[in-house]
Design a protein around this ligand. Sequence first.
Ligand code: B12
Ligand code: SF4
Ligand code: SF4
Length: 224
Amino acid sequence: MTQAGSNMTNTEKLRQIALDEGMAVFGVAELEPIRQIFHPDIVQAAQGLKYGISAGFRLSDPTIDDIADRPTLLYKHHYKVANYTLDRAGAKLEAYIQSNGCQALPIPASQTIDWEKHLGHLSHKAVAVQAGLGWIGKSALFIHPQHRARLRLVTVLTDMPLEAGSPIERSCGSCQLCIEACPAGAISDQGYDKPKCIAQLREFSRLPGIGQYICGVCVKVCRD
Ligand code: B12
Ligand code: SF4
Ligand code: SF4
């Protein structure tokens, strides 16, 4: 086992691994400000892990632009491949961290662990915001200044000493695009209506060949 290097060297090495694994975006968050929203099931495993590495996979523009008002089979496949690619990147980051004598806990890209409340282990979006990579839009999606909502995310928690970012001051301003486009009327200036969205996604999951709670409309329409 080798010794963990300086915070900067570790961070740059991990960034390179993420980019080599096809990630478009990489950042590091201090976890303390968001630990309160971790699902109880992960609190013990995450004890002593101070940082969250956030990485984003950029979705294919032709696939997303092809979505009109419902998910397509092209999108369903791309969604699955994106999740696999994110989990693989998480595993590569974990392998590097552990081989340098530190702890790493990769969080599944897209696993629901509470089907009543529709929750995962932790919010990848909160980690990305805390890392300073973007903001939460009116759609409740994580929005990156350049890639907009077209990023899927993964997180690796670690105790490796790293250089963390901090949240940026950005917002949607007067944009209304996702409010106008949402087929469920689930987005408004008052916020995101999760039950309305879930009901719509349940319906979409019954479309021939879809079988997943996916949509893609609010991902598609978010632009500068
Ligand atoms: C369960 C789930 C769903 C459920 C419930 C969604 C919901 N908004 O709660 C359903 C099935 C409805 C769903 C729908 C969709 N989902 Co979904 N989903 C998840 C999953 C697996 C868990 C979400 C979770 O646990 N949330 C817990 C709560 C606490 O957090 P949250 O609601 O995600 O985010 C809030 C907090 O982070 C908070 N926040 C941010 N910073 C801070 C800081 C502090 C201190 C606090 C207190 C709060 C806070 O603001 C966020 C928005 O309100 C995540 C993967 C993951 N593990 O993150 C994907 C995920 C959120 N889904 C994603 C996507 C893309 C979708 C869909 C577009 C479907 C699709 N793929 O076509 C829609 C979009 C709906 C929408 N407008 O939000 C992406 C979002 C990517 C992005 N750029 O934002 C994720 C991150 C998957 C991934 N690996 O990329 N999803
Ligand atoms: S995923 Fe679809 S139904 Fe849900 S908020 Fe986005 S556009 Fe609306
Ligand atoms: S479409 Fe507009 S309002 Fe909706 S999240 Fe994107 S920037 Fe914000």
